[in-house]
Write a protein that binds this ligand. Structure first.
Ligand code: GRF
Length: 197
């Protein structure tokens, strides 16, 4: 399956996907990596692997609808079967969501701790277990149907960084597994229940 990965930061999840594609049996070709900002490690990772990149900045467009349309145009050029939001820190708009199946990875056990500060929020709340969630993206913030979740223990001396690092280790494996299965088998969606045959 043709996959475009959207990124905003360090791209460790992207790297896990790139590494997985070394096995042709994985069934994924990363045809492009898109970002909402320049000069990020994630784009360097893509370039290092000769994967085409594009950047669509919110600030270059009059409003979010125009930004969404520009992102949709870029995505259409690569004809992806699946779009993966891997640390992409923008809410996707109607056009992109109308055109594509989008998978997002989130560093908490949804529906707990949605939003951009999930790891800090979980730590501040005092949960003893957190984790990560892969879900289909809908128009809400981290509200779409859940594909997979993995639990990660919170240690007494955790900081946001140490907890996020522990979550990311598990998140990489979860995302690689889910994206591969979706790419190879597709999915059906009934109400909020996702089935990968
Ligand atoms: C991941 O934990 C993702 O769930 C969150 O931001 C992090 C991105 O990490 N939204 P990376 O850029 O893949 O290293």
């Amino acid at each position: 399956a043709r996959v475009v990965v959207l990124v905003s930061g360090t791209g460790s999840n992207l790297q896990a996907l790139i590494d997985a594609t070394a096995d042709p049996g994985y069934g994924v070709e990363i045809v492009a990596v898109g970002a909402d900002r320049d000069a990020i490690l994630a784009l360097e990772r893509a370039e290092r692997h000769q994967i085409p990149t594009f950047v669509v900045r919110v600030g270059d467009h009059p409003d979010r609808t125009a930004w969404d349309a520009a992102l949709a145009t870029q995505l259409a050029a690569y004809g992806p079967d699946l779009v993966v939001s891997a640390g992409f820190m923008k809410i996707l708009g109607e056009q992109v969501l109308a055109d594509h199946t989008v998978v997002n990875t989130h560093p908490a056990l949804l529906p707990a701790f949605p939003g951009a500060h999930a790891v800090a929020d979980a730590l501040a709340y005092g949960v003893r277990v957190s984790g990560c969630t892969a879900h289909l993206v809908d128009s809400g913030v981290d509200t779409g149907p859940i594909l997979a979740q993995r639990a990660v223990p919170v240690e007494d001396d955790d900081t946001e960084d140490t907890l996020h690092a522990r979550i990311k280790d598990v998140e990489h494996a979860m995302l690689v597994d889910v994206v591969g299965r979706l790419a190879r088998h597709g999915h059906t969606l009934t109400d909020r229940k996702v089935t990968i045959p």
